[in-house]
Design a protein around this ligand. Sequence first.
Ligand SMILES: Cc1cc2nc3c(=O)[nH]c(=O)nc-3n(C[C@H](O)[C@H](O)[C@H](O)COP(=O)(O)OP(=O)(O)OC[C@H]3O[C@@H](n4cnc5c(N)ncnc54)[C@H](O)[C@@H]3O)c2cc1C
Length: 384
Amino acid sequence: MSEQSHPEIRDAVRKLCAGFPGEYWRALDRERTYPTAFVKTLTEAGFLSVLIPEAYGGSGLGLSAATAVLEEIHRSGCNGGACHAQMYTMGTVLKHGSQAQKEAYLPKIASGEIRLQAFGVTEPTAGTDTTRISTFARREGDKYIVNGQKIWISRAEHSDLMVLLCRTTAREDAARPADGMSVLLVDMRKAVGNGLTIRPIRTMLNHATTELFFDNLEVPVENLVGEEGKGFRYILDGMNAERILIAAECIGDGRFFIDRSSAYAKERSVFGRAIGENQGVQFPIARNYVQLSAAALAVDHAAALFDAGQPCGTEANMAKMLASEASWAAADTCIQTHGGFGFAEEYDIERKFRETRLYQVAPISTNLILSHVGTHVLGMPKSF
Ligand SMILES: Cc1cc2nc3c(=O)[nH]c(=O)nc-3n(C[C@H](O)[C@H](O)[C@H](O)COP(=O)(O)OP(=O)(O)OC[C@H]3O[C@@H](n4cnc5c(N)ncnc54)[C@H](O)[C@@H]3O)c2cc1C
């Protein structure tokens, strides 16, 4: 996206991020702890509620503004992964929830009183094939009884509510594989210890991701979002916003790496001259800039379509793929440009290198995007 869009937002985010320098993130990374102070500051500044309509207490600015927020967070060396889902997970309630649910939750999400930043879809045996999830919610009177398991559910320990996708009809009994799944809002404050167990997973980056075990967890029927059995469609609806916002984080990461690479290439002198005078050092950085600029336009385009209410599934996926590949290429160059110092913790490059690698796998891996383009856009045969 254009670095010039939303200048006031970008400027304010940069100033906020200056209070959370590399030392802050390094210490958290070392201990694998949650950036509570950073998230609190962002929340109080109103940056996590830009997608919530004004009628519910947000600023209703739209996705393009949200991409500017996340891009600047990442360009500053910070990481929005701890809280980006607070921006968009509420979209499922906003778009498909009842009026009562919207009134009960959205104003509190906007103010930060309630955190809705856990999104439970992935399961260990189903993987990317979401129609094979088996976590099951059995209706009993005015409640659902949930049993099953989820994996890679990020921020579950730091969320008051979770959007949970589960089966309410077994796959074999549903008319189509994508039918028979439902979305429940799980109140984590009541669930933990009463049928829900959370087990943190230690990963190569500090991402607060977890495994969830459901053992007869009771969820009131009033927490069903939309209609029973239609949950898969609701989740798919929310994915475009997620893809575009994460693509914006990749653009921010890419700009971080290119800023660092070009500055170091100008300043580091070896063999009596700046290393950046050597085209073997300069051209990879220039190439990263070209690739990232093109990816940024794709993110901009997808966000504009989203904000105009147009279909944008393909564009959102393509933007995420291009941006995640461009940020990864820039990360690799950045390490190479810094030589040995690229590996030193205090430069923050190795941390960002680990962080940006995630985005070619999550929230959707590159192969699945290529499969979507190959089959849905180009009409080639499906492999699965
Ligand atoms: C740190 C982290 C945080 C996450 N947070 C969340 C979260 O908050 N909520 C949530 O629900 N999930 C979350 N995820 C899960 C994430 O969305 C998945 O890991 C991702 O979608 C890939 O799915 P998988 O791991 O099951 O891979 P698999 O589906 O097992 O696939 C493994 C590999 O095989 C490839 N592959 C599979 N099938 C095909 C095919 N037909 N053709 C070509 N290639 C194929 C995939 O592209 C991938 O590279 C998170 C994951 C991580 C690592």
